[in-house]
Design a protein around this ligand. Structure first.
Ligand SMILES: Nc1nc2c(ncn2[C@@H]2O[C@H](COP(=O)(O)OP(=O)(O)O)[C@@H](OP(=O)(O)OP(=O)(O)O)[C@H]2O)c(=O)[nH]1
Ligand SMILES: [Mn+2]
Length: 179
């Protein structure tokens, strides 16, 4: 039997092992795994998403970008759909940061609906995290720039999930950023 619950536990276990030595950039050094778990929870609890492959992709969404995980490994373990969604939300870390950020804005509208859901929840989590506390070494200007850039990405994701989009819109409004 491979119930949804079993699949999600296998997935969260895999993600936790992969991110085991990583910490968030907040002053407390929160375990990194809190982020992918929180992104999956936003999708299920706030976005009303029950597609297990999307929830699995949310749990795994930073494994290829930020750990030694390969797309082939994800495909072998979790199947082609989950592996493809993760690939769609993975930045090419070999590119300079500015180019990576530009490509996210450019690629967002062309992503699959499943990848757009993960991207909306990822941005919602990160913007809330910025409101909670400032990452170590970030200035107020850098935080504001992240909001402006995120709004450009979110523009390209519109028409995907109104509950998540409304919550993002409210966060941008609070910062005086026009979506
Ligand atoms: N707000 C916040 N973000 C943190 C924290 N710790 C780690 N991050 C991660 O930092 C990334 C945003 O920081 P940037 O400086 O813009 O990007 P970079 O890490 O890729 O260089 C996000 O990556 P990402 O999830 O891959 O998303 P994306 O921003 O690249 O789309 C976010 O998850 C934290 O304490 N607060
Ligand atoms: Mn992320």
């Amino acid at each position: 039997m491979n119930s949804d619950a079993t699949l999600l536990l296998e997935t969260v276990h895999f993600a936790a092992e992969k991110h085991r030595n990583q910490r968030r950039k907040d002053p407390e050094g929160t375990p990194y795994i809190n982020h992918p778990v929180g992104v999956a929870r936003i999708l299920s609890h706030e976005g009303g998403v029950s597609d297990v492959e999307v929830l699995q992709a949310a749990l795994l969404h930073d494994t290829v970008e930020d750990t030694d995980t390969t797309p082939a490994e994800l495909e072998a373990k979790f199947g082609p759909v989950v592996a493809r969604i993760v690939q769609e939300v993975t930045d090419d870390k070999s590119l300079p940061k500015q180019e990576r950020k530009r490509q996210q804005v450019e690629h967002a509208p062309h992503c699959s609906r499943q990848a757009k859901l993960v991207k909306l929840a990822d941005k919602l989590y990160n913007l809330r995290d910025l409101n909670r506390c400032t990452p170590v070494g970030w200035t107020a200007e850098r935080v504001q720039e992240y909001f402006v850039w995120a709004s450009e990405v979110v523009k390209g994701l519109r028409g995907t999930n109104s509950a998540l989009e409304q919550k993002l819109e409210e966060l941008f409004k609070q910062r005086g950023v026009q979506l």
